[in-house]
Unconditional design. Sequence first.
Length: 127
Amino acid sequence: MDRKFWLLRGLRFFFFAVLFITAAGFITQALWNWLMPALFRLPFITLGQTFGLLLLSRILFGGFRGGGRPGGWARKRREWQQRMTGRMEHLSPEAREKFRQQMRSRCGTGWGRQPEAPAAHTTQQPA
């Protein structure tokens, strides 16, 4: 019973995966053939070419190592920020300020800017 259950579950997953990929192919083909020839005078494409286009876009933009997972870039950015925070904690205040000055000179004035409390600005009147 257990082996039969897993076999049926695997076959059901395979069926729905093929169904999803086929539906994505038909939708992509329909969108391409509706928009691209009219807008850019490109040729109509077949279903096989559509699958090739989807595979190529996955290679170029998604990768095969989980690059398409939701939150991938946000997670990497958060990890980088945590690493930088850890490195900055070990620096003395003088070394930290020197590092910030160097990064500002290289990357612009907005780098490493901490949100500051609004200070009372005094305006001088020209005499």
